[in-house]
Design a protein around this ligand. Structure first.
Ligand SMILES: *[C@@H]1O[C@H](CO)[C@@H](O)[C@H](O)[C@H]1NC(C)=O
Ligand SMILES: *[C@@H]1O[C@H](CO)[C@@H](O)[C@H](O)[C@H]1NC(C)=O
Length: 412
């Protein structure tokens, strides 16, 4: 209510010729969305707990994990529960904005083609749209054996959902840039030559069976070990002296200075998704095609980190499991639209509203679009930028300097 009054004043300011926007402050945190003004929401989340292994991993044995996850890299038991909790929370936050029965007009669910993202999206959707007793088509199972209804899913292209897996044929420029960001950029060199990183890498190369080490490797290995520890599996003794350091070093992997340091990197990694988000907002505001009230993207931690990094609202430490970003479009009197971005990174407390440093709060849609305009591009532009310099001298330069980054294929 408080925040509504606040925006009310803002609307008033819009109508005056001299734009006298009062110094705006972010409303108090709340689990509930301001659905009185909500026009549309785009949510993006990553799979929660999955699991991995490394060459000398004593727990690299499917039998140990059989009660936990169907296969490596797939969603674990805990991960499924986290995803369901997230779905139920989204239902709670948007109840009333979303009706109790799913229609395509109301919500569309998109996912990357990766199994764990598909699984996560399905569980989240089940939490948002359980069968509604008064809606017979959703309450389809007369025996009530399962409290679930099928929700359609759409696999979106990698450039939108999972830029990390883009191959050299799809986007050579991105692959070269990514490789360089772990090993040859000045920042990568600085991080990798830090004495603590050198010490950790020495241990890793000695014991893990991995044949290459940099902070990206440390990130992957740390994730693997942390999940094993979470499941009560004792870790090998050599990890004792490096676990804490690994945790600190691992955050560089999603640090925006590493992941999206340049406008080019931002265009290649987050340009396609931002272009879709902005295009859908525009169609919702100005008309032109059906845009559902909610679009859900079941994506990946690197894609979420890159998007937030591109918007300058990401700090390396925040990318916890089951976290979700909600981009809300609100409509005020006089057809004024405001974009509000929420980040839920703690399950026991309301989401944080993130203020875009380059868009004065509250961020109007027009200002939002201006802020992100350097990163917006058509599919065709993206295709060309992916090939910029490739096949000419720049290619040699980039390729010559980069060493492979994801040396262990099981640690994708
Ligand atoms: C969640 O995000 C907020 C805002 O960025 C930050 O202040 C907070 O420390 C984060 N919490 C966790 C657990 O990462
Ligand atoms: C980047 O790393 C990948 C994975 O290790 C490797 O296959 C590829 O050849 C490298 N590409 C470049 C341009 O260095």
């Amino acid at each position: 209510m408080q925040s509504y009054i606040f925006f009310h004043e803002l609307t008033f300011a819009f109508t005056s010729t001299v734009l006298l926007i009062k110094v705006a402050s972010v409303p108090a945190r709340s689990d509930l969305a301001d659905i009185s003004t909500l026009e549309m929401v785009q949510i993006m989340f990553r799979p929660p707990l999955t699991h991995w292994h490394y060459p000398t991993d004593p727990w690299n044995n499917v039998a140990i994990w059989k009660d936990i996850a169907p296969g490596f890299g797939e969603l674990t038991l805990v991960g499924k529960r986290q995803a369901l909790e997230l779905g139920k929370w989204l239902r709670f936050r948007y109840d009333g904005f979303l009706s109790s029965s799913h229609t395509r007009r109301e919500a569309i669910f998109k996912t990357s083609g990766v199994d764990r993202a598909i699984q996560t999206g399905q569980v989240v959707a089940a939490g948002i749209y359980p069968p509604a007793p008064h809606d017979p088509k959703s309450d389809w199972d007369p025996s009530r054996e399962i409290n679930w209804q099928p929700i359609p899913f759409h696999v979106a292209p990698d450039r939108i959902m999972h830029p990390k897996t883009l191959s050299e044929t799809e986007c050579p420029r991105f692959v070269a840039m990514k490789n360089a960001s772990f090993t040859t950029t000045p920042l990568a060199v600085m991080i990798n030559s830090d004495p603590e990183v050198v010490r950790v890498c020495t241990e890793i190369l000695k014991h893990s069976g991995l044949t290459m080490c940099h902070f990206g490797v440390i990130h992957n290995l740390h994730k693997t070990l942390a999940i094993q520890r979470k499941y009560g599996l004792p870790l090998p003794a050599w990890t004792d002296s490096i676990m804490d350091s690994m945790r600190r070093i691992a955050v560089y992997r999603t640090d925006p200075r590493v992941a999206v340091p340049t406008t080019e990197a931002r265009r290649l990694t987050s340009g396609p998704i931002l272009t879709e988000l902005v295009g859908d907002m525009e169609r919702r505001i100005f008309g032109g095609g059906l845009v559902p009230k909610m679009t859900s993207y079941s994506s990946h931690s690197t894609a979420v980190a890159a998007l937030l990094g591109t918007l300058d609202i990401f700090e390396a430490r925040h990318a916890p499991e089951a976290s979700v970003v909600a981009v809300e479009l609100h409509r005020f009197r006089g057809n004024n639209h405001v974009v509000r971005i929420f980040f839920r990174n703690e399950t026991n407390s309301p989401p944080y509203e993130l203020e875009l440093p380059k868009c004065r709060y509250p961020c109007t849609f027009a200002n939002f679009k201006t802020t992100v305009s350097p990163y917006l591009l058509s599919d065709e532009e993206w295709w060309w930028e992916c090939r910029r310099g490739v096949g000419r001298s720049a290619r040699g330069e980039i390729y010559h300097n980069s060493i492979s980054s994801d040396q262990n294929p099981s640690l994708v």
